[in-house]
Structures are given as structure tokens and as C-alpha cells.
Ligand binder design. Structure first.
Ligand code: GDP
Ligand code: MG
Length: 344
């Protein structure tokens, strides 16, 4: 599945672009100054007005009909869209286009009727002027709308291609605990890094195959789920809400060696907040980098502190792991896949 905004017909940067083409076509059907019957001249005039108005209506119509309906989107994309554009404003802009198409059709009908009743060539040329004058004044009124729609479209087109219907494992944890390493270690192909259009944050996405043959996304969210939620700005909070719509299970990685640069206490604090925020999503915790731990007592202590902190936090499993030496990496992956399987 593609991201929902890839097939939009782009709005031009303003009405200029539409008007120019429409007028060129209009003029191309200019009547030569030769003596021909009024009936033939009227036919030409009909064609000319139809060209101007229909071409324009069609261009505008394509822009608003190809725009995905926000309320029909998967909640993940719906959340993302509200982060990126002002949805209410955009709705108004698109409604203006729609209204203008109606207006153009009405004017066209009116002009056609006038042509029909025109008594002579002089009247016809007056109608032609009127056709152009009314056309311009209507189109001028949507210049700002087109510009605004285009700006929104340019942002939406950059949204990452994530299939919200593919079961997703979200890997969370403080920086440098081994999230990307885990995704690399379990992914079949090189994970892709995608940028969020609204922050400097990015998203690493890899894929694994479950035994059933189902493709599963493994997703990392650098800069988003790696510090306490209380520290975040509203945009980041909403991004987290969006991610919530994707996560079927969460792997939270801790680094008891603290070589990641964060104290174990701090890491546990992040864990608790993420646990709270993603309340209904099953979570597995992995204590990573055990290859660096020499005495088993300190690992036991880390485990005990974890247990104490997550007492009522409903953690589905706790594993010790070394991605570096590939200890328990597959065990953790299998536990995650089992969880996803049992949710289906
Ligand atoms: N010794 C050791 N280092 C690891 C292990 N897992 C990851 N690292 C290292 O930890 C650093 C941070 O890993 P990275 O995957 O980038 O962490 P992220 O910020 O959570 O994505 C890198 O230098 C990794 O090589 C591990 O199991 N053992
Ligand atoms: Mg990383």
C-alpha cells in the first residue's frame, strides 16, 4: 500500500497557470474576421466559451476530487496529517474550488443562453468580453486557495510510505541502547530511514517474516520514544500518538551497562512513561549489551530493579540480550512474533 497522498493532482502555484492555458485555448478558437453567417459565429462562440470554462472546471475538479478525504484515512495517517497541515483551513480551500466550479458552470450556462439570443455580431463580441471578464474575476478569488493547497500537498507528498495495516513491532528505548542494531540484526533487508516531514525526527523501518509468512514491520523512532514524555513538545506528543496506531507490540531496550550514556535510573523512567502512554500494547523488555557485563551480580541487580519498577506495568517478558554477540536476539524476536500472532 502506498501512502495515501501520492496520487493527488497537484494544485498550481496560483491561478496564473490555469488561466494561461485556458486563454490560449480560448484564443485558438478565435473567429476570423470574414463574413460568415451569425449561426456559424454563434457555434464558434459556444465552443470558445465551453473551452474556457470546461478546461478550468476540469482542472479544479481534479484537484479537489483527488485529494484524499482525511476522515477516511487510517488513524495513523489522520494523526500525521493533522501535525503537518491545518486540516480545517485546507477543507475551506478545497471547498472554495468546488464552489467556484459551480459558479463557472452557472456563468457558462448564462453565457450560452445569451449567445443563443444574440441578435448580431456586435452583441456576440460583447458577450465574449463578458465571458472573459467574469472568468477572471471568479478565478482571482481562488488564487490564495490554490497556493495554500499546493503548499499542503507538497508537505503531504513527503509523508513516509508506511503501511498502517502491516503488523508492526515498535522498538523503543533511550538513545544508544541498541535499537537500530536490533532492527538491522533481525531485518531481512537493510532497514530504511525515513524522515518525518514535521520535525527533524526520523523513523527506521525494517521487515521480518513471521513463520506464517506474514510480513512484519520493525520500526524504530529515534528522538521520539527515548525520553520522558513530559519533556516533549505538542508535535512530538502527537507523533507518538500516531505511532501508537501502528504498534502491535513494543520492544523496549535497556542498557544496564550505561555505556549508552544514560543512567539506568533514567532509562527506567523512560520505560515507565512509555509503558503508561502505550497502555494497551503488549511490551517485552530486553536488557542489552550483556557481553560487556562481567559479574553476574550486577546483571541480577539490574533485573531486580527493573522488576521492582515495572511491578504493575504488565510486561510480557524480560530477556537478557547481546546484539553484538547475537545472544538471545532470535529468542527476543520470536517472543515478539508470538505476541503478534496471539493478537491477530
Ligand atoms: N557491546 C555491545 N554494543 C552494542 C550492542 N548493541 C548495540 N551496541 C552498540 O551500541 C551503540 C548504539 O547502538 P544503536 O543501535 O545505534 O543504538 P540506538 O541509538 O538505540 O539505535 C552502537 O555503537 C552499537 O554498536 C551489544 O549488544 N553489545
Ligand atoms: Mg538508532
Amino acid at each position: 500500500m502506498k501512502q495515501p497522498f501520492k496520487d493527488m493532482v497537484l494544485a498550481p502555484e496560483g491561478v496564473e497557470d490555469i488561466v494561461k492555458t485556458a486563454m490560449r485555448r480560448f484564443k485558438r478558437t478565435e473567429v476570423k474576421k470574414v463574413k460568415i453567417s451569425l449561426v456559424r459565429l454563434k457555434k464558434k462562440e459556444y465552443a470558445r466559451i465551453a473551452t474556457l470554462y470546461d478546461y478550468t472546471s476540469e482542472r479544479l475538479r481534479k484537484i479537489y476530487t483527488s485529494f484524499p478525504r482525511i476522515r477516511d484515512l487510517h488513524p495513523f495517517y489522520r494523526e500525521l496529517v493533522t501535525l503537518i497541515v491545518d486540516v480545517d483551513e485546507l477543507r475551506i480551500n478545497l471547498a472554495h474550488l468546488k464552489a467556484v466550479v459551480e459558479v463557472l458552470n452557472n456563468i457558462k450556462r448564462d453565457l450560452m443562453r445569451k449567445v443563443k439570443f444574440a441578435a448580431n455580431i456586435g452583441e456576440l463580441s460583447k458577450i465574449r468580453k463578458e465571458a472573459i471578464g467574469r472568468y477572471f474575476s471568479v478565478l482571482k478569488s481562488i488564487d490564495d486557495d490554490l497556493r495554500a493547497i499546493r503548499i499542503a500537498q507538497m508537505k503531504l507528498i513527503k509523508l513516509q510510505d508506511i503501511n498502517p495495516y502491516t503488523p508492526t513491532i515498535v522498538v523503543a528505548g533511550p538513545p544508544n541502547v541498541g535499537k537500530s542494531s536490533f532492527i538491522r540484526a533481525v531485518s531481512r533487508a537493510r532497514p530504511e530511514v525515513r524522515e518525518y516531514p514535521f520535525t527533524t525526527k526520523s523513523l527506521t523501518v525494517g521487515h521480518v517474516l513471521a513463520n506464517s509468512g506474514t510480513k512484519i514491520q520493525v520500526m524504530d523512532t529515534p528522538g521520539l520514544l527515548d525520553r520522558p514524555l513530559t519533556d516533549r513538545n505538542p508535535i512530538e506528543k502527537q507523533a507518538i500518538v500516531a505511532i501508537k496506531h501502528l504498534a502491535k507490540v513494543i520492544l523496549f531496550i535497556l542498557d544496564p551497562t550505561e555505556t549508552c550514556g544514560y543512567t539506568y535510573d533514567y532509562q527506567l523512567r523512560v520505560l515507565i512513561e512509555i509503558r503508561k502512554e502505550f497502555r494497551n500494547i503488549p511490551m517485552i523488555v530486553a536488557l542489552n549489551k550483556i557481553d560487556l557485563i562481567e559479574d553476574h551480580e550486577s546483571l541480577d541487580r539490574a533485573r531486580e530493579r527493573l522488576l521492582r519498577v515495572v511491578e504493575d506495568a504488565e510486561i510480557t517478558g524480560i530477556y537478557e540480550m547481546s546484539i553484538e554477540e547475537r545472544v538471545n536476539v532470535n529468542t527476543v524476536l520470536e517472543a515478539l512474533l508470538r505476541l503478534i500472532g496471539s493478537i491477530h
